[in-house]
Design a protein around this ligand. Structure first.
Ligand code: SF4
Length: 304
């Protein structure tokens, strides 16, 4: 990166790639809720227009040392201590209203770590009601990414008034999934994920269910097989690039080469394109944060 004429430019060796600009700091980051909480610690803008809430930074899998091997939720939370770990629903509604009134956001992404207690849908329902009450939305544009929603809970999530439902499936190959995600796979099997995603598409509609995968932990062959099956079910797939995060069990390991990522994502984009699942921009788009290469690969094919 070089500073030239008061601009920041990104270089690859001597070749200039593009100018880099910071996103504007939202005004609500300096405001407080009526409960006196710093709004910036409740919900943050991810990328350009996505309002992100993690309503509880906790995952039961860490308790038994069965966390997913790429995950550093607890270590990040301890290191930075920059967010309020358990958020009040009233505060969340107020932050949503403040962010929307500035015109800076278009959709929400709500996640709760992982409770695994069945209570989560009730908490989500209260949060969505609070957002509706404070913003005036009848249907909240955005996605909820809870512990894997199954059975009747899928309809209950739909009834909360959120537009899309997310599944963090992480890894497609069943044996790799069990090895990488020992806690999660003990409570939600590969087959349960697939059945639940199929049911969720029936309820929420094609393009209103999104499946988060971690790309780079399994072979290209099984990863692409997963992309094909999930696309054929009518789900959007968001493969995040695996980086061996500090504080995760895989800290210090090496991810595949950049070439592997590029080759694999271009093939994935061909598969996604073939199935023509409507791209729900309330799920995730190229302007959101997170490191999914699929958006760029699809943009090369004219899909934004
Ligand atoms: S389920 Fe896995 S990825 Fe999700 S918060 Fe828990 S350990 Fe992390």
């Amino acid at each position: 990166m070089k500073k030239e004429d008061n601009k920041l430019n990104l270089y690859f060796n001597d070749n200039k790639i593009c100018e880099v600009k910071w996103i504007e700091r939202p005004q609500y980051y300096d405001k407080k809720t009526t409960n006196g909480k710093d709004m910036v610690k409740m919900g943050q803008i991810g990328g350009d227009d996505c309002l992100f809430f993690c309503f509880q930074n906790y995952c039961a899998n860490f308790k038994d040392n069965k966390q997913c091997k790429f995950c550093n939720l607890v270590s990040t939370s301890k290191t930075y201590n920059s967010v309020i770990r358990k958020k009040d629903v009233q505060d969340i509604g107020e932050v949503a209203a403040a962010a929307w009134s500035e015109g800076s956001v278009n959709h929400v992404n709500i996640t709760g770590g992982c409770y695994i207690s069945g209570k989560e849908v009730e908490v989500v329902s209260q949060i969505i009601s609070s957002i509706k009450e404070h913003t005036g939305f009848e249907k909240v544009p955005g996605v909820i990414l809870p512990a894997p929603a199954k059975g009747n809970n899928i309809q209950r999530y739909y009834d909360t008034g959120i537009q899309s439902l997310g599944y963090a499936m992480e890894v497609w190959d069943e044996r790799t999934y069990k090895a990488v995600c020992p806690g999660k796979s003990a409570t939600t099997s590969h087959d349960e994920f697939v059945e639940s995603i199929e049911k969720a598409v029936e309820i929420f509609g094609r393009g209103h269910v999104y499946v988060a995968m971690v790309m780079g932990l399994e072979t290209k062959e099984t990863f692409l097989e997963g992309i094909r099956v999930l696309s054929s079910l009518g789900a959007n797939v968001i493969p995040f690039v695996w980086t061996p995060n500090p504080g995760s069990k895989l800290e210090g390991h090496r991810a595949p080469s950049a070439e592997w990522y590029v080759e694999t994502i271009l093939e994935a984009a061909e598969i996604v394109y073939e199935y023509q699942v409507p791209w729900g921009t309330e799920n995730h788009c190229y302007l959101c944060d997170g490191n999914s290469l699929l958006h760029d690969a699809l943009r090369l094919k004219g899909i934004e």
